[in-house]
Write a protein that binds this ligand. Structure first.
Ligand code: ADP
Ligand code: ASP
Ligand code: MG
Length: 418
């Protein structure tokens, strides 16, 4: 029997009606003789609701991180149990487990834990008993037996990690769109669904802000060569299995010929960052380290960095951090850096966004960056920062121009529906 992992996201299990539809879809796969492990997210809106309850009591997320994980992990437990009941009701034997029951073992970084290993014994016993095993996404357990969660969108990672651990034939990520698009179809309705995308491109798209898959799930899929497909749970559940199993977007390891021809595969955007600028910094060796060392010590990730030297021996130094870290990063610079390096001033901007074009075709094409800059210039959009890699170009611009920039670039690079 072929084993597949199926993951259903929040919208896919967002109501009793949707859970019943998921159960019917699973029944169809079982009748076609597939063994199934199903990973479920919390019903849509539940995780936010649970986080809202917590913030009504405390804003101190770092201090109570263990208890917060106890609370936010519960949404998935409800959805998994409901789905198992729905399956049993329609004659599909099923059992649900939480991440700690399985056990999905993680490190202790509450709210952003990493999976270290998965015990497969209990799952395999139930599969051999012909049961569909439903596992809660988004969570695991650390060495002390505390529940941990894997970060927002973490059920994708649970699913791909289970697929790797169980050596499944494929991991199917069922969601509320019918695949990975050239950009978020909510922003550009003309966006095109990609039949295939390479892991490298998907990894860039995810890390540059496309929330369709959690970054870590793509890393797992690449590392363990898990065949992963993104597809819709909103189609009729009785769509023939031959059709369903080739629908959506396949994340592939091969760069096939057709894909090489596409210079740009997609456009990602990210509104989660903020920029800090330190002006009048003496332009001396080691200054970058003296600024970013204390930031790293405070456990704050830095994304883009820009430094401009001027003739008067001083420099302006800007870098971006996640918006949630802005206050702490500013505090560190004010208290531990500013007087140390004799800087003139510090300012911050959280009304920025990062827009990126991604494509492996860039390796063999010149002029992509200048085309991108020309499009933004024609729209009168000022570029505040630029960073490039072999397969992506990112710019930081004013947040208010985000949609305009994404639409214009999508159009200029010919990504719209033909
Ligand atoms: P789930 O709850 O199933 O995990 P998510 O909301 O996490 O679903 O991810 C699906 C959403 O991702 C879509 O509704 C879409 O708005 C968004 N999205 C962002 N970028 C893309 C993209 N390039 N292609 C498709 N969807 C995208
Ligand atoms: N329920 C979690 C979240 O909303 C995990 C997930 O949906 O993947 O982030
Ligand atoms: Mg998601």
């Amino acid at each position: 029997m072929k084993l597949v992992i199926q993951k259903y996201g929040g919208t896919s299990v967002g109501s009793i009606e949707r859970i019943l539809s998921v159960a019917q879809r699973i029944k169809k796969w079982r009748s076609n003789n597939y063994a199934l492990v199903v990973v479920t997210s919390a019903m849509s809106g539940e995780t936010n609701k649970l986080l809202g309850l917590i913030s009504g009591i405390s804003k101190n997320n770092n201090k109570w991180s263990r208890e917060i994980d106890q609370v936010v992990s519960s949404g998935e437990q409800v959805a998994a149990g409901l789905l198992a009941v729905a399956l049993n009701e329609i004659g599909v034997p099923s059992v649900s487990f939480t991440g700690w029951q399985v056990a999905i073992k993680t490190n202790s970084a509450h709210s952003k834990a990493r999976i270290n290993s998965i015990d497969t014994e209990m799952i395999m016993t139930e599969i051999n008993n012909n049961k569909v095993v439903v596992v809660t996404g988004f969570q695991g357990v650390n060495n002390c037996g505390s529940i941990t969660t894997l970060g927002r969108g973490g059920s994708d990672t649970s699913a791909v990690a289970l697929a790797a651990a169980l050596n499944a034939q494929e991991c199917l990520i069922f969601t509320d769109v019918d695949g990975v698009y050239t950009t978020d179809p909510r922003i550009v309705p003309e966006a095109n669904r990609l039949a295939k995308i390479t892991f490298e491109e998907m990894l860039e798209m995810a890390s540059l802000g496309s929330k369709i898959l959690q970054i870590r799930s793509v890393e797992f899929a690449g590392k363990f060569k898990v065949r992963t497909r993104v597809l819709s749970s909103l189609t009729n559940y009785d769509i023939p299995i031959e059709k369903e199993s080739i629908s959506g977007t396949l994340i592939t390891h091969e760069e096939d010929k057709k894909m090489e021809n596409a210079v740009i595969s997609g456009i990602a955007f990210n509104r989660d960052e903020a920029k800090i600028t330190i002006t009048g910094v003496p332009d001396t060796p080691g200054v970058a380290f003296r600024i970013l060392g204390p930031i790293a010590k405070a456990n704050i990730d830095v994304d883009m960095i820009i430094q401009n030297s001027s003739n008067d021996g001083s420099t302006d130094f800007s870098f971006t951090v996640n918006r949630v870290d802005l206050d702490e990063a500013t505090r560190v610079i004010e208290t531990k850096v500013k007087s140390e390096i004799n800087a003139l001033d510090i300012s911050s901007d959280n009304q920025i966004c990062k827009v990126s074009v991604v494509g492996i075709g860039m390796r063999s094409h010149v002029g992509v960056a200048s085309q991108m800059f020309e499009v933004l210039s024609n729209e009168g959009i000022n570029i505040k920062m630029i960073s490039t890699s072999e397969i992506k170009i990112s710019v930081v611009i004013d947040d208010k121009y985000m949609e305009l920039a994404v639409r214009s670039l999508h159009d200029a690079f010919g990504l719209e529906k033909k």
